[in-house]
Design a protein around this ligand. Structure first.
Ligand SMILES: Cc1cc2nc3c(=O)[nH]c(=O)nc-3n(C[C@H](O)[C@H](O)[C@H](O)COP(=O)(O)OP(=O)(O)OC[C@H]3O[C@@H](n4cnc5c(N)ncnc54)[C@H](O)[C@@H]3O)c2cc1C
Ligand code: FES
Length: 365
């Protein structure tokens, strides 16, 4: 009896050891993906180390796929066409892909890991995106939580972009992040100046990139950006324009206003700029100057709460828009800032005749 028991224990122990060995071997085999080949547009091959996300793997190879959320799976911008390899769709990709896109082999590159060879189809726009080495030329405090950072292009020496587009700023590894991360910032400067870009950056308490910008970045420092990305650009119609922004959402609209000034664009345009308190307002004088320099432009700052002197619009930006905009059936609306403000404004204006094709936005989230 005793012998049988000992044999049974020995068999169970041996089986357990075998199972553990199998698991360890499987783990080693499955997780060590080794070198993988990414074939791009059937012509170019990039050999990369497996295990990374496709987004990061491509970036290491100098291929910059648009990404506004830094790879957190929330912006949905990093879609690429994976014709072969890649495995089944992941639950984190599903919300960002339409039925049609799924059938057409689109994947969310920040969620998809490189686990083997893949065949990709990438458009020319993506292949032409570049990384730029820059130097911080000037930092200007706009108010207590927002600064303008001017980056002078070093290599390549010029960045060609359209007013309204954004770049990704690299935050190097530091206390809050063990590896570099990227965040999107809209160009606020004139697009005809290719030798520098200006960014308007608002501090997010505890935020990885903004803490770096406010606590570590100094004039004279090097900074790395890539891009330019985005299609939040002025259309070529002659329709009336309503711009709506809050906080640092003023950035791309400032760049578009420089464009309208340069072109002496005659379109009627009203810019509603919402903020909480008077101390949040900045660039007011410059906006008033645009009223003089852009043929049919009006700037409407809207302050939610105020204690001091203020004879402008008050309340939520949507309330001021509601008071002043009657009919949107032939108007284009450009919105930039928090998702909540954008969604509320679009809902309001759809009730006044705004359609999806005439709505353009960049959600800063
Ligand atoms: C297309 C695009 C253009 C953008 N342009 C600009 C710009 O011109 N200027 C600018 O200042 N920002 C802009 N942003 C936002 C910017 O990319 C970052 O998301 C933001 O600066 C926060 O980055 P972070 O690394 O400091 O914070 P993270 O470390 O990413 O976030 C820390 C925490 O704060 C939350 N959080 C992130 N962003 C915000 C926010 N804006 N408000 C409140 N909580 C937040 C996160 O959910 C997280 O919990 C843009 C975003 C997009 C998508
Ligand atoms: S980078 Fe934003 S969803 Fe992939």
């Amino acid at each position: 009896m005793m012998t049988e028991l000992l044999v049974a224990v020995a068999v169970i122990a041996a089986l357990s050891a075998l199972l553990a060995l199998l698991l360890l071997t499987a783990d080693a085999v499955l997780l060590a993906y080794g070198e993988c080949t990414l074939t791009i547009n059937e012509e170019e091959e990039k050999v990369v180390e497996g295990g990374n996300s496709l987004l990061a793997g491509l970036m290491d190879e100098g291929i910059f796929v648009p990404s506004a959320c830094g790879g957190r799976g929330s912006c949905g911008l990093c879609k690429v066409k994976v014709l072969e390899g890649g495995g089944p769709l992941l639950p984190t990709e599903m919300p960002h892909l339409t039925e049609e896109e799924r059938e057409d082999h689109w994947r969310l590159s920040c969620q998809l890991k490189i686990r083997g060879d893949m065949a990709l189809e990438l458009p020319e726009e993506i292949l032409s995106l570049q990384e730029y080495k820059t130097r911080v030329k000037r930092i200007t405090e706009l108010n207590y939580d927002t600064r303008m950072v001017r980056l002078e292009m070093v290599e390549p020496p010029e960045l060609k972009f359209k007013a309204g587009q954004y770049i990704q700023l690299q935050t190097p590894a530091y206390g809050l992040t063990p590896e570099p991360v990227y965040r999107a910032y809209s160009m606020a400067s004139p697009a005809d100046r290719r030798d520098y870009i200006e960014l308007i950056i608002r501090r997010v308490p505890g935020g990885i990139c903004t803490t770096y910008v406010f606590e570590l970045l100094e004039e004279g420092d090097e900074a790395t950006v890539n891009g330019p990305y985005g299609d939040f650009v002025l259309s070529e119609t002659d329709r009336e324009i309503v711009f709506i922004a809050g906080g640092s959402g003023i950035a791309p609209i400032r760049s578009i206003l420089f464009q309208m000034e340069r072109e002496q664009n005659p379109r009627r345009a009203t810019f509603f700029y919402g903020c909480n308190e008077l101390r949040d307002l900045y660039l007011v004088e410059e906006m008033r100057e645009f009223e003089q320099k852009v043929p049919n432009f009006e700037y409407v700052p809207v302050v939610a709460r105020h204690e001091g002197e203020w004879d402008g619009e008050t309340g939520l930006v949507t309330e001021a828009v509601d008071r002043r905009v009657e009919d949107c059936s032939d108007t284009e609306v450009y919105l930039c800032g928090s998702p909540g403000m954008i969604d509320a404004s679009v809902k309001l204006l759809q009730g006044k005749g705004l359609t999806e094709e005439r709505t353009f936005y960049d959600k800063f989230a």
